[in-house]
Design a protein around this ligand. Structure first.
Ligand code: CA
Length: 506
């Protein structure tokens, strides 16, 4: 049955409008809308005094700047932000859900590409071309255009060629402590499971980010590395690039999908262009699918530090032990300092679109965002772009920026990303497919041929989270197995790799 407002918890004193509610509407017994309440925006369920708590998800979103009468529209200008939760006195491992209570996955195998390193398997068969510096981008792009025309048709089992262009490599403080983040990101990306263990690196020759910093010593050889300054002119560069790609493509062409357990599957979750429904429909559905994946043995990453910061105490209780909990606190503290050095805090996160979508502030956004983590225990915490070493649900610290989070998770090795959106974005990654899940029916109607899964019926009350979560689970398995493609992959809508470089540029 359709409903007109969504109240998450009994103790909440606000609810959100499923559709725009005209002023004067009787919303439910004893509640009349005093103002027009835009879709996804909040209505006051009770009189809230000046300085009083505004509560949604059972948590304090903020404090009323002025008295808010019952039935009023509550927008982002009416709340004072609470101070962020402390990091030093969190409870760890006090809310560990037993695995047997997680929802059972309907299938426990998928079809993927195994790799020589025995790590997570690939979901696509791609030639990845790593670069050590942005100076080589033009040459690499020109060569890739020729490879796609002249070489790729010979190798029908290869899905594509991915040049890893980025804005790093020279003119950077390579020995700065935080340079480890971009270096780790590029190093780990070169080993992405979709690249089949084939290394192809293009270097200029005089940059700070040397081949030795990118590759393990065993991988440094003329079979894997082309240095443009060592080539005699443009033609020689092109010939060297095409010749190396031809050899790598011939090897990749022999890869075949095999039936694998879910333990070989690594999935990333993130949200972007969120609205107040994201935490009601899309993110809880993703959380349900994540719980099924984790129960089946898969590994799921969720990320976006500024979007979990205000709910970190809830995540700390789900960390399997104090060691993991302290890693979580350390990642939060690192980001607090990073933002402070830039003269901002976590309140810099919400976008104009988020606010138009009814999200008053970062606390409300965070409560919706963490729903994508489901209910499973958190077995580990990663620094940005690290590769997971444990199976299960993992918090992988990254910025919340869609492109930077996506790129960091890609470096961590994800084979599929699941992306929840309220406002809509056509974003996609070149090295792994991205499944779009929207939070409301109107988004699906607006973009029927860009949104893969509509979680809107969970917002209106027409479907359960478990139903949409199961639908999403099946989509993830089909996409990972190469039996289905998300819309953005079908159209080839690939975004650039956006590196996270918290270190200085020189
Ligand atoms: Ca994001």
């Amino acid at each position: 049955m359709k409903r007109s407002i969504v109240q998450i918890r009994p103790e909440d004193n606000v609810a959100i409008a499923v559709q725009t509610i005209p002023a004067g509407t009787q919303v439910r017994d004893g509640l009349v809308a005093k103002d027009e309440i835009p879709q996804a925006h909040k209505i006051a369920l009770t009189d809230i005094p000046q300085g009083g708590e505004v509560v949604r998800y059972g948590v304090v979103l903020g404090y009323a700047k002025e008295a808010i009468p019952q039935g009023s529209w509550i927008n982002e200008f009416m709340l004072d932000l609470p101070t962020p939760p402390g990091l030093d006195d969190m409870e760890y491992a006090t809310n560990i859900k037993p695995y047997e209570e997680l929802p059972d996955p309907p299938v426990t195998t998928w079809e993927g590409y195994e790799n020589p390193d025995g790590w997570y398997a690939g979901t696509r068969n791609l030639l990845g071309i790593s670069t050590t510096v942005q100076c080589v981008t033009g040459v690499v792009n020109a060569a890739v255009e020729r490879m796609r025309k002249e070489l790729l048709p010979k190798y029908p089992n290869v899905d594509g060629i991915v040049p890893i262009n980025h804005a790093y490599g020279c003119g950077v403080a390579i020995n700065a402590p935080e340079a480890k983040v971009p270096i780790r990101a590029l190093k780990n990306l070169s080993k992405h499971p979709n690249f089949g263990g084939q290394m192809m690196v293009v270097s200029l020759g005089c940059e700070k980010f040397t081949v030795e910093k990118l590759l393990d010593a065993a991988d440094i050889s003329p079979e894997n590395v082309i240095v443009l300054q060592e080539c005699k002119g443009y033609d020689a560069m092109m010939n060297a690039l095409l010749e190396m790609a031809d050899k790598k493509l011939a090897i990749l062409n022999e890869r075949r999908r095999v039936t694998l357990p879910l333990s070989k599957l690594l999935i990333g979750m993130q949200c972007g262009g969120s609205d107040a429904f994201s935490g009601v429909s899309a993110n809880p559905s993703a959380g349900y699918a994540s719980d099924m994946l984790v129960k089946g043995g898969a590994t799921c990453l969720f990320s976006e530090v500024t979007e979990v910061r205000d709910g970190v105490y809830l995540l700390a209780k789900r960390c399997v032990n104090e060691e993991v909990g302290k890693k979580l606190a350390a990642e939060m503290a690192w980001y607090d300092n990073y933002l402070e050095a830039g003269g901002v805090d976590r309140s810099a996160n919400p976008t104009p679109g988020n606010k138009k979508g009814g999200l008053a502030n970062i606390v409300e956004k965070a409560m919706g965002s963490i729903a994508k983590s489901g209910t499973a225990p958190i077995v580990d915490v990663l620094s940005p772009a690290e590769r997971p070493a444990k199976s299960g649900l993992i918090f992988a610290a990254t910025p919340a920026s869609d492109l930077v989070c996506g790129s960091c998770q890609l470096s961590s090795g994800i084979g599929v990303q699941v992306f929840m959106t309220g406002r809509g974005t056509p974003y996609n990654l070149a090295a792994c497919p991205v499944i779009k899940v929207c939070s409301r029916n109107e988004m699906k109607e607006q973009w029927p041929d860009l949104i893969d899964i509509n979680a809107g019926p969970a917002a209106t009350g027409e479907k359960d989270i478990s139903e949409i979560g199961t639908e999403l689970f099946h989509k993830i398995i089909a996409v990972a197995s190469g039996k289905d493609q998300p819309f953005s992959e079908k159209y080839g809508l690939f975004n650039d790799y956006c590196i996270f470089n918290p270190a200085p540029i020189t």
